[in-house]
Design a protein around this ligand. Structure first.
Ligand SMILES: Cc1cc2nc3c(=O)[nH]c(=O)nc-3n(C[C@H](O)[C@H](O)[C@H](O)COP(=O)(O)OP(=O)(O)OC[C@H]3O[C@@H](n4cnc5c(N)ncnc54)[C@H](O)[C@@H]3O)c2cc1C
Length: 219
């Protein structure tokens, strides 16, 4: 039996016919594909980390374990692990970060990312950013949040000078708390923010850094 599997989904739904509607980026994140598996059952999919929040494990829940005999020879396995290379920089692990301070084009100049990084470090978090600043070469692609980047789900996401384009929001909207700073009161990011600050991020940032420092010292 052959089964369809849609890997790396960013959204799952079920239509009236009971079809699993599987959404995932395709062609390097440039389109969102909607995939169904009408001919085979069960319908199988995997989701990107942080698309859904994992529930607490409940060992008391009854589970039926069915042993399925599998006969595989070496020739059947066409994938070979050649080498495992671990990323070393702290900045690289945005999908696991609990606090993310994310910069957009509104941060104006790559030099200002020093302040964004400082705030992230003081909060015990990591730096990330929008595709706009990846394309400008300010940060590496591994730090890009969004449809064609990484999906994140931290406890706190601070968006600085990020407009809130749908392709960005799809990658961070499952964050538990979102704080947005943008000088445009109509920026779409405010629609999903728990706390919105209308103002110049470059003026507010040093004040935020000082305040975090002050609170830390008080403790
Ligand atoms: C197929 C496709 C895939 C994409 N994938 C992604 C993706 O994965 N991730 C992603 O991020 N984008 C993605 N994009 C791009 C996306 O559409 C936006 O262009 C991008 O997110 C914009 O980045 P930005 O908000 O940093 O910049 P901008 O849209 O230029 O917004 C800058 C914001 O900063 C504000 N601002 C300016 N100066 C200041 C200041 N001093 N203080 C405070 N605020 C200020 C402005 O009001 C504005 O809202 C994709 C686009 C396409 C077509």
């Amino acid at each position: 039996m052959c089964l369809g599997l849609t890997a790396d989904c960013t959204g799952l739904g079920i239509d009236e016919q009971g079809q699993l509607i599987q959404t995932r980026p395709a062609f390097g994140g440039n389109i969102m594909a909607t995939i169904i598996s009408p001919y085979t059952r069960p319908q199988t999919a995997t989701v990107r980390p942080n698309v859904f929040m994992a529930t607490e494990a409940d060992p008391s829940r009854p589970v039926n374990i069915e042993e399925v005999p599998v006969t595989l020879t070496k020739a059947n396995i066409r994938t070979r692990l050649i080498e495992e290379i671990r990323l070393e920089s702290e900045d690289e692990r945005i999908e696991e970060a609990k606090i993310i301070v994310s910069a957009g084009r509104g941060c104006q100049d790559p030099i200002n990312l020093d302040m964004v990084r400082e705030l992230a470090r003081k909060l015990g978090g990591v730096l990330a950013g929008s595709r706009a600043i990846v394309e400008l070469g300010w940060i590496p692609y591994s730090l890009q949040v969004g449809q064609s980047g990484t999906t994140v789900g931290p406890d706190l996401y601070i968006a600085l000078g990020i407009s809130g384009a749908v392709q960005h929001v799809v990658g961070m909207s499952s964050s538990k708390k979102i704080i947005a700073i943008n000088k445009d009161p109509d920026a779409p990011i405010f629609k999903i923010a728990d706390l919105g600050i209308v103002g110049d991020a470059l003026v507010i940032l040093p004040k935020l850094i000082d305040e975090v420092e002050r609170i830390k010292l008080r403790r």
